[in-house]
Design a binder for this molecule. Structure first.
Ligand SMILES: [Cu+2]
Length: 273
């Protein structure tokens, strides 16, 4: 059974194996398919129309399934690898070991945002940015520039305390847990982390930065924590909602999986704590 660990607790060997598996998916072309899929949904999910991956109740199950696909692709390269998660409310500075050269590398240089160290730096030749929204082909970041602070634990707790999963109109103007976690409303958790990292992470092609997976693995863990706190609150809506994925509707792009199939993460993986 896959156990997803806090990235801060990974051994040197676990980091090396994760990085090598990611680089192999990049080399064989599978990685960029994930970037392309994510950007396609970012471009098509709209508040007043069909919405599946983002700004909607299915934000959480959609990303859970997307991460499962990626994790299975990693495991096809190295069966010992699991997705780690980044608890950005704890590891909240540029000095975190996450950003060291033996793992994801650090922030970008000030002139053009180019990441200069680590396995994903353009200079290593292993990480061309191919699915892109502009001409720049190098990984970029500007940690803590566009927004100064990552969310605090108190802010996370304030969102976990919300007892309703989601609310009409089931988009970026909703109240409730999902939209406060996603970040269009309130203290802003998930969206703010994308902005804090900067570079490609602040765009629709955000999976170009491997930290995407660690960020979303933690957002996914917060969903699990919310479920534990609110055992009687379930996914909504549960039927007949135009443009929105109801509990038993299938989700694109897979068309064979429903939110109801994805509510219990223990069918697929557990967490270290
Ligand atoms: Cu996303």
């Amino acid at each position: 059974m896959t156990v997803r660990k806090n990235q801060a607790a990974l051994t040197a060997d676990e980091k090396r194996r994760f990085v090598n598996a990611v680089l192999e998916l990049k080399r064989n072309g599978r990685y960029d398919e994930f970037v392309r899929t994510h950007n396609g949904f970012i471009m098509s999910d709209t508040d007043s129309g069909e919405r599946t991956g983002h700004r909607s109740p299915s934000f959480l199950p959609w990303h859970r399934r997307f991460l499962l696909d990626f994790e299975q692709a990693l495991q096809a390269v190295d069966s010992s690898v699991a997705l780690p998660y980044w608890d950005w409310s704890t590891d909240r500075t540029v000095r975190a070991s996450l950003w060291a050269p033996d793992f994801l590398g650090g922030t970008g240089r000030s002139s053009d945002g180019r990441v200069m160290d680590g396995p994903f730096a353009a200079t290593g030749g292993n990480w061309p940015i191919s699915v892109r929204v502009d001409g720049r082909t190098f990984l970029r970041r500007s940690l803590g520039t566009a927004v100064r602070e990552l969310p605090t634990r108190a802010e996370v707790d304030s969102v976990l305390a919300l007892s309703t999963y989601d609310m009409a109109p089931y988009n970026s103007s909703s109240d409730g847990f999902r939209n406060n976690l996603e970040g269009w409303r309130g203290v802003n958790l998930h969206n703010r982390v994308h902005v804090w990292v900067g570079g490609q992470m602040a765009t629709g092609v955000s999976p170009n930065d491997p930290v995407f997976w660690l960020h979303h693995a933690y957002v996914d863990k917060l969903w699990a924590e919310w479920q534990r706190r609110h055992p009687d609150a379930g996914y909504v809506p549960t039927g007949g909602t135009p443009d929105v994925i109801d509990l038993d509707d299938t989700m694109k792009p897979w068309n064979d999986v429903r939110p109801s199939d994805l509510l219990d993460h223990t069918k697929f993986y557990t967490f270290d704590s």
